[in-house]
Each structure stands twice: as structure tokens, then as C-alpha cells.
Ligand binder design. Structure first.
Ligand code: GLA
Length: 402
């Protein structure tokens, strides 16, 4: 009798495993094709999730593409329009993924064509599990079929999530999708979204172009809600990650909340500056079609964007911290440095960076540009600083000169 109960239990356990992760005992695929060079600098674009979650449709997506061009964001370097979760509805009799016909009556291909006609690129979302986080069909067991489908629609970017993956091995699961994309006949960026839980910095650089390092961001200066973290909490989790970032292989501290209303303008300037220092993908998460002047000014600050997009691809380090005050620095191609003086406190603070902290000789002359006020100071020696607003930054580009 006991024997029968044990056998039944084993059968139930096995069935559970199979339901969660269909037939993946053979997950040892090797990537033969090299990773295409699609993200020499961190990807820039827009994603539907932070502002709209599942409330998406094709008219909205077209509007975002229009606004990306009209607002000057495209000229500033933003490229991808990415639809996150909830665009999928079901699979057809052949297993092909089917877009929600009520929300996307024209189909994904027509939407991709529209986005391409604006000179932009198009991204989609899926998940390595049986279901996406929003409960839509995931790609488990359909990786090659889905990758071929995306390629035939003209998709340029895939964000690939990690819900409902049961006991799957993350490296193996993402490797399967990477292989499927590389064999799809189209160049498709792979954005790994397993929240940093399986050391993606170890395998992410060969498998994908960027990998999430944490759970989700939410639109607040600081805090923690279940799986989500405020902006400064996410920042704190990036401190040790600088050594893993490189061209075509980026840490992803999650998308921008600039313009979504939960932080002040000063805090959004800090958020944008710090993400640029982190060489983070700059994926706007607000409604581009209704953004105010400050949001647009922040998202299109080309001096700050140039830091994010610096070809050296060296992520910033926090080089100094005392209480609420921090200095972050990153070297730039050509020998310059960018410094962020960051004040987390509630009172204005006088802060400065010394050349010594940047390993420059004290007598070295340098031109200093404040990337928000645009003030330029020529041939500065020794150090430079100013009064940093509460929750604010001073962001400086420091260029040694003779
Ligand atoms: C996860 C991801 C988010 C978003 C949602 C969609 O939480 O981390 O970025 O894609 O799923 O359901």
C-alpha cells in the first residue's frame, strides 16, 4: 500500500515538473553562432510596462512611436519601441503565438512596419516559462517557433522574462532562446530578464546583450514593495557590478521612471544621471505622448546621454561615500572622466571632487562642463565642486587639457 502511495506521489511530482518545464532534461544546447554585435553601447528606447502595464493596444504603441520622433528623443538616440507583457493571447492549432485580437487587431507585423517606417526599431516581450508574468502564453517549448515568428514580423529586440519557469536552469533556458534568435535569420537583441537571481553576469555576456540585475523598479525615490524597489534601492544593488559591464554586454538596473509622477524633477535628474553613469540601457517608461517640458528636457539631455553611450563602456564606480553624500565616477574614451556628486540628504550640501580621486595629477588642468547647468569652466586645477541640492546631483564632465 505504502509502495503505491509512494509511486503516486512520485508520479504527481514528475507531472508537476513536466507541467512547469516541458521536457527540458536535454537542456545542454551549445551556442554555435557568435553573439551578434547589436549593442556596442547600451540600448535606448521606450517600453510599455512602467506606465501602462497590461493596458496596451496598437493605437497607443503607434502614438509612442510618433512621440519618440516628434519630441526629439529619436534625434537624441532613442531607437527601440518595446511592447512588454500582455500583447499575447493564445497559440493557434500549429502552436504559433497569437496577438490579442482586440488590442492588436492589425496584428504585430503591421505595427512593426509602422515603427520601422518612423526610422525606429521594434521590440517584443516573452518569458522562458509556460506563462508570462502576466499569465499569457510563454515561450517554453516554443523557442525556435517563436524566434522564427518574431523574425518574420521584423522584430529587432526581445525582452525575455523568468516567471513560471519551475526548476529550469536559467543559463540553459536563456541559451536556448539565444540560439533560436541567432538561427532566426534576423538580428535580434536579447534582453535577459531573470532579475539577477542566477548570477546572470556569469553567463549573460555570452548569451544576451543585457541582463537585469534586480527585481522591478517602481516610481519612488526609495522603498521596497514585494518584488519591487525604489530608485535608490536599485542603485545600491549596482555598486559592485561595474566589473561585469562591457560593450555588447550590459548590466540592466531596470527601466526609467522619469516622468511617471512619483519623484520630483530633481530626483528624476538624479535617476537619469545615475543610470547614465551605470551604462544602463536607457529605456523610457513614461507616456511619451503627454510628457511635460521637464521630462522631455531630462530624457533628451544629450550631454548625459553621451555619458551613457560612451564607447569605452566602462560602468561607474562609487569612489567615495560619507553618510548621505556620494561620488560616482567613470572614465571616458579619450581620457576624460565623468563625475556625479550625489546628495541623498534633505539639506543642500557643498561637495567637490579632487583630481586625486580621479588619479589625475593635482597640477593637471582640465575643462569642466556641468552637464545640467551647461556651465563650462576652463583650465581648472586640483578640484571642482558646488552646492548639491537635496536628492540632487551635480554631473561633471572633466576633460584634461594642456
Ligand atoms: C516582470 C518583469 C517586468 C515586467 C513584468 C511583466 O515583473 O521584471 O519588467 O516585464 O514582469 O509582467
Amino acid at each position: 500500500m505504502l509502495h503505491l502511495v509512494r509511486r503516486a506521489l512520485l508520479a504527481v511530482t514528475l507531472l508537476g515538473f513536466i507541467a512547469a518545464a516541458p521536457a527540458y532534461a536535454h537542456e545542454t544546447l551549445k551556442l554555435e553562432a557568435p553573439k551578434p554585435l547589436l549593442a556596442p553601447t547600451p540600448p535606448m528606447g521606450w517600453n510599455s510596462w512602467n506606465k501602462f502595464a497590461c493596458n496596451i493596444n496598437e493605437a497607443l504603441v503607434r502614438k509612442q512611436a510618433d512621440a519618440m520622433v516628434a519630441s526629439g528623443m529619436k534625434d537624441a538616440g532613442y531607437q527601440y519601441i518595446v511592447i512588454d507583457d500582455c500583447w499575447q493571447k493564445s497559440r493557434d492549432a500549429d502552436g504559433n503565438i497569437v496577438a490579442d485580437p482586440e488590442r492588436f487587431p492589425g496584428g504585430i507585423k503591421a505595427l512593426v512596419d509602422y515603427v520601422h517606417s518612423k526610422g525606429l526599431k521594434f521590440g517584443l516581450y516573452s518569458d522562458a516559462g509556460a506563462l508570462t508574468c502576466g499569465g499569457r502564453p510563454g515561450s517554453a517549448g516554443h523557442e525556435f517557433q517563436d524566434a522564427r515568428q518574431y523574425a518574420s514580423w521584423g522584430v529587432d529586440y526581445l525582452k525575455y522574462d523568468w516567471c513560471y519557469t519551475g526548476p529550469r536552469n536559467a543559463e540553459a533556458a536563456y541559451t536556448i532562446m539565444a540560439k533560436a534568435l541567432r538561427e532566426s535569420g534576423r538580428d535580434i537583441v536579447l534582453s535577459i530578464c531573470e532579475w539577477g537571481t542566477n548570477q546572470p553576469e556569469r553567463w549573460g555576456p555570452t548569451v544576451g546583450h543585457l541582463w537585469r540585475t534586480t527585481g522591478d523598479i517602481y516610481d519612488a525615490w526609495e522603498g521596497k514593495k514585494d518584488w519591487s524597489h525604489g530608485m535608490t534601492n536599485i542603485l545600491d544593488m549596482q555598486v559592485e557590478r561595474w566589473r561585469h559591464a562591457a560593450p555588447n554586454a550590459w548590466n540592466d538596473p531596470d527601466m526609467l521612471e522619469v516622468g511617471n509622477g512619483g519623484m520630483t524633477t530633481t530626483e528624476y535628474e538624479s535617476h537619469f544621471s545615475l543610470w547614465a553613469m551605470l551604462a544602463a540601457p536607457l529605456i523610457a517608461g513614461n507616456d511619451l505622448s503627454t510628457m511635460d517640458a521637464d521630462t522631455r528636457r531630462i530624457l533628451t539631455n544629450t550631454d548625459v546621454i553621451a555619458v551613457d553611450q560612451d564607447p569605452l563602456g566602462q560602468q561607474a564606480r562609487r569612489i567615495w561615500k560619507e553618510g548621505d553624500l556620494e561620488i560616482w565616477a567613470r572614465p571616458l574614451q579619450g581620457g576624460g572622466h565623468v563625475v556625479v556628486l550625489f546628495n541623498r540628504g534633505e539639506a543642500p550640501s557643498d561637495m567637490k571632487v579632487s583630481w586625486d580621486q580621479l588619479e589625475l595629477p593635482a597640477g593637471q588642468k582640465a575643462d569642466v562642463k556641468d552637464l545640467w547647468s551647461k556651465k563650462v569652466s576652463k583650465k581648472v586645477r586640483g578640484s571642482y565642486g558646488g552646492t548639491v541640492a537635496p536628492h540632487g546631483v551635480i554631473m561633471l564632465r572633466i576633460t584634461p587639457v594642456r
